[in-house]
Design a protein around this ligand. Structure first.
Ligand code: CMP
Length: 220
């Protein structure tokens, strides 16, 4: 938890005080933490595991906004602007989270500028990413978007192995397609094409990136 940017911004005393109001939450794979539209009064920092943030369209189709992993944070929008949850949070693997009540956090935001800056920085980052994704949905083809998402997942979850960069994203094919914003068929076709060219190897809920330069060029 100490490694989470939110806590890094605190001095020892502040970190200890905030830690005292943390409650631990454990979720099994597929378990929902909260749903879009719920009242929200806590922010969460992931200790271990992965959480997906999803929205459901009126026709029932799901889009995956993001997959977050250890030391990443979510559930802060309702802290700054007390309105219902803007997305649902579901565990994609067994996950442990630290929950922090919005009420416990508020004094730190006003008393410790570092904490407020960290929260703003994470919001700015998210907006930047969202703008990127929006632009890509209009201007980038599906293979390009697949390459981009895989590189983003690699940045956050990748582990260098002897034969390449192992990315255990823990997502099903359907979830990967929801993240890319395309059908499962087109996403699978793009993945198969990359594999055929020797740029990556497909494994169960993972890929091994074999040629990162080509993947980067395809993502551009
Ligand atoms: P909140 O609205 O409280 O609950 C849902 C959370 O999902 C939200 O806070 C954010 O932390 C997170 N979230 C919403 N939109 C996005 C997005 N586009 N990318 C990543 N996370 C998001």
């Amino acid at each position: 938890l100490r490694k989470a940017p939110l806590f890094e911004a605190l001095d020892e005393e502040g970190a200890a005080a905030l830690r005292a109001s943390v409650s631990e939450v454990r979720l099994g794979r597929g378990q929902t933490l909260f749903s879009e539209g719920d009242e929200g009064d806590r922010l969460y920092v992931i200790t271990s595991g992965k959480v997906k943030l999803t929205r459901t369209a009126v026709d029932g189709r799901e889009t995956l906004l993001s997959v977050l992993g250890p030391s990443e944070m979510f559930g802060e929008l309702s802290l700054f602007d007390p309105r219902p949850r803007t997305a649902s949070a579901v565990a994609v693997t067994d996950t442990v989270l630290a929950g922090l009540g919005h009420a416990d956090l508020r004094p730190f935001i006003s008393g410790q500028p570092g904490v407020a800056m960290q929260l703003l920085k994470s919001l700015a980052n998210r907006l930047r990413r969202t703008n990127d994704v929006m632009g890509d949905l209009v201007f980038t083809d599906v293979p390009g978007r697949v390459a981009k998402q895989l590189l983003d997942l690699a940045d956050r979850f990748g582990k260098e192995g002897e034969d390449g960069l192992h990315v255990h994203h823990d997502l099903t094919q359907e979830e990967l397609a929801q993240l890319v914003g395309a059908s499962r068929e087109t996403v699978n076709k793009a993945l198969a094409e990359f594999a055929l060219r020797g740029w990556l190897r497909i494994e169960a809920k993972a890929v091994v990136i074999l040629d990162i330069d080509r993947m980067r060029r395809r993502a551009r």
